[in-house]
Design a protein around this ligand. Structure first.
Ligand SMILES: Nc1ncnc2c1ncn2[C@@H]1O[C@H](COP(=O)(O)OP(=O)(O)OP(=O)(O)O)[C@@H](O)[C@H]1O
Ligand SMILES: [Mg+2]
Length: 238
């Protein structure tokens, strides 16, 4: 993978949900800067890989964050070590205001409120609006903002553009691109146009295993590989 220290190393990750194996044997590294994409067809174990890293589901294998093992830690301690999570379904508190959603996420003395305000001016304007009445894209921004309000060492972001209108996809992608200048991001993303714009490196998961690692652009430019492993035509992302 790219030059420089890896912020995250995953080796032989295996995960089970209710006794059923959902991640077979996943190994990869996330560089300390930029955006690394996790690609793969529906149901191959992308979300489970993120949840396994966070200890939200039963897992085995070795995971190190900045050189220290985190695979034996409970989720709250992994989060405290600086791993932010933006889950697949956003999961904002619908009845709470934007400001309240953010306040609940703050876990450090000097939360990065200026950074969040700079990245998401729309949220500043809507700070008193109930999060449940925001558009999907705005809710996604609240979800990303909740992770950015703390000084994390790594963000795990799961399908942030899913179900959003094209214009909003572009806005969310722009926010992630800016955010990635302050924190490395491991990004699960099915929109290959977004992957092409944002990701430096990429890993491809199939059948619960990493089957390909490389530069995101090289993978997207490989018609055969994208058709076989992602089930799409690369032109769609060109
Ligand atoms: N709560 C659960 N109970 C049982 N099986 C589950 C559960 N969640 C996920 N699975 C199974 O685990 C496998 C991996 O699912 P996962 O959600 O990690 O895949 P994914 O790559 O994120 O899929 P998608 O692209 O649809 O988001 C799938 O076969 C799925 O059916
Ligand atoms: Mg998923």
């Amino acid at each position: 993978m790219s030059a420089g220290e890896a912020i995250l190393r995953v080796q032989g990750l295996r995960c089970t949900i209710a006794g059923q194996q959902v991640v077979e044997d996943v190994s990869f590294e996330v560089p300390a800067t930029g955006i690394t994409a996790v690609l793969g067809r529906n149901g191959v174990g992308k979300t489970s890989t993120l949840r396994g890293i966070l200890g939200l589901i039963h897992r085995r294998g070795t995971v190190t964050l900045a050189g220290e093992r985190i695979d034996g830690l409970p989720t709250h301690r992994i989060v405290r070590r600086g791993v932010g999570y933006v889950p697949e379904d956003r999961e904002v508190f619908a009845k709470l205001s934007v400001a309240e959603n953010l306040a609940l996420a703050e876990r450090q003395k000097n939360p990065r409120r200026e950074l969040v305000a700079e990245l998401f001016p729309d949220l500043v304007a809507r700070r008193d609006q109930a999060a449940g009445t925001l558009s999907g894209g705005q809710q996604q921004m609240v979800s990303v903002a909740r992770a950015l309000i703390n000084d994390n060492r790594l963000l795990l972001v799961d399908e942030p553009t899913k179900g959003l209108a094209p214009k909003i996809v572009t806005e969310v992608a722009a926010a992630l691109e800016l955010a990635s200048q302050t924190v490395p991001i491991l990004l699960v993303e099915q929109n290959l146009e977004v992957v092409r714009r944002l990701a430096d490196d990429a890993i491809v998961i199939a059948g619960g295993r990493v089957v390909h690692v490389g530069k995101a652009r090289d993978i997207l430019d490989d018609d055969d590989l994208t058709r076989r492993l992602l089930g799409v035509h690369a032109e769609a992302a060109a």
